[in-house]
Design a protein around this ligand. Structure first.
Ligand code: ZN
Length: 139
């Protein structure tokens, strides 16, 4: 199954915790074992997993991305948002998360973040859930 949800971003550059939205799609699917592919169909936004306990982690990630990829740098792209395109490619546009026991297999401090690099905009996120029969964990 594939499910879509929308989010409205409010800032030019921001990380938005969408863990509960993705978890809701997984719960609604009734699939106990499998994988969730979380995909962002945009060229100036991305998706990543990182700490969702201390909000300063989000701030630090954005601060360093903005240093590495300055907003103005003699870019050629006429739309004027090259920095957002470059950040989107660095961060990536999809994630794969294991589903086990009907839940996303995330670490204690991990959350799924939608990464807006050229907001505010209305954005889409697709979640494709693929069922598997395998449950055995090999250590
Ligand atoms: Zn552009």
């Amino acid at each position: 199954m594939i499910k879509e949800f929308s989010i409205s971003t409010t800032g030019g550059t921001e990380l938005i915790d969408i863990t509960s939205k993705v978890a809701g799609v997984v719960a609604g699917s009734k699939i106990k074992e499998g994988v969730a592919v979380v995909y962002v169909p945009h060229t100036t936004a991305g998706i990543t997993i990182n700490e969702n306990a201390d909000p300063s982690v989000k701030r630090d990630i954005l601060m360093e991305l903005n240093k590495i990829i300055p907003f103005n740098d003699n870019y050629s792209h006429a739309e004027g948002n090259s920095a957002a395109h470059i950040k989107a490619s660095l961060i990536g546009s999809s994630l794969t998360v294991i589903i086990t026991g009907g839940r996303l297999l995330l670490g204690t401090w991990q959350g799924i973040y939608f990464c807006e690099f050229d907001g505010p905009r209305r954005r889409k996120v697709f979640v494709k859930i693929v069922k598997s029969e395998e449950k055995k964990v090999i250590k």
